[in-house]
Design a protein around this ligand. Structure first.
Ligand SMILES: Nc1ncnc2c1ncn2[C@@H]1O[C@H](COP(=O)(O)OP(=O)(O)OP(=O)(O)O)[C@@H](O)[C@H]1O
Length: 225
């Protein structure tokens, strides 16, 4: 099923932080949303999730910080049960998923602060992989992880999504991550999508000022995950 939103717009404190934005994703699409800090990427992510859920689509979300997803007063077991209930998933092997993400040693009876930040983030990634949502939105999913764990987590995500209809939107300021993981890119600047197209085309021939600025930093090509 194609996912379509049109005219997404967000105003906060009297300021338009997202100008009218439309997008469409097909099942299995791998879309990246890139841009400098403060360009509006997370705002698009939240607006997109709200709109699609309002349309009745199932959408999983890995927010930028595990604090956004985990209640400090609730145990990890509680969070897992709630995610299972919300996503209605029966096709997840939790033990295998935790093992692959390297969090099988975590105590499910503990509250989030009983786990390290990196473990919390991987737990949130695992929660997002319950069931088969129409879309998974990953907002800087690896920013709390060291490069080796980050790459392994992204590999696991990709393996998990392979052959499924779940579309993926990867929000990141890390062009290297996007270059390796998505086939289409949207570039944001000052609350607007200023460029969109195939990842390889934008990387090779950036048109907008924002895309040129991002690609000018060649260090992005060295990032391992
Ligand atoms: N609740 C809010 N009230 C006022 N301004 C906000 C609010 N949320 C976001 N903004 C502003 O909107 C702009 C876009 O923020 P957003 O978090 O979407 O950017 P981003 O590209 O995801 O940034 P980063 O990469 O640093 O996470 C920023 O200028 C931010 O300060």
């Amino acid at each position: 099923m194609t996912l379509t939103v049109s005219g997404l717009r967000v105003v906060r404190a009297g300021r338009t932080i997202l100008h009218s934005t439309s997008l469409s994703m097909s099942p299995g699409d791998r879309m990246g949303l890139v841009g400098s800090s403060g360009s509006g990427k997370s705002t698009v992510g939240h607006a997109l999730i709200d709109d699609l859920r309002g349309q009745g689509h199932s959408v999983s979300h890995v927010p930028q910080s595990p604090d956004e997803a985990l209640d400090p007063l609730r145990s990890m077991a509680f969070h897992w049960r709630e995610a299972e209930r919300a996503l209605g998933g029966v096709d997840v092997d939790r033990a295998a998923l935790f093992s692959a993400l390297g969090i099988d040693g975590g105590d499910m009876g503990k509250r989030p602060w009983g786990w390290s930040r990196g473990m919390q983030q991987r737990f949130v990634i695992a929660m997002a992989l319950i069931g088969t949502p129409d879309l998974i939105v990953l907002d800087e999913p690896t920013s709390a992880l060291d490069p080796v764990v980050a790459a392994a987590s992204m590999d696991l995500l990709e393996r998990h999504l392979q052959g499924r209809d779940t579309a993926m939107m990867l929000i990141t300021h890390d062009l290297g991550l996007a270059a390796r993981r998505v086939s289409q890119l949207m570039v944001m600047a000052e609350g607007r999508v200023v460029e969109r197209g195939a990842t390889e085309d934008i990387l090779a021939r950036p048109q907008s000022v924002a895309a040129r600025a991002l690609t000018a930093h060649k260090s992005w090509a060295m990032v391992p995950c």
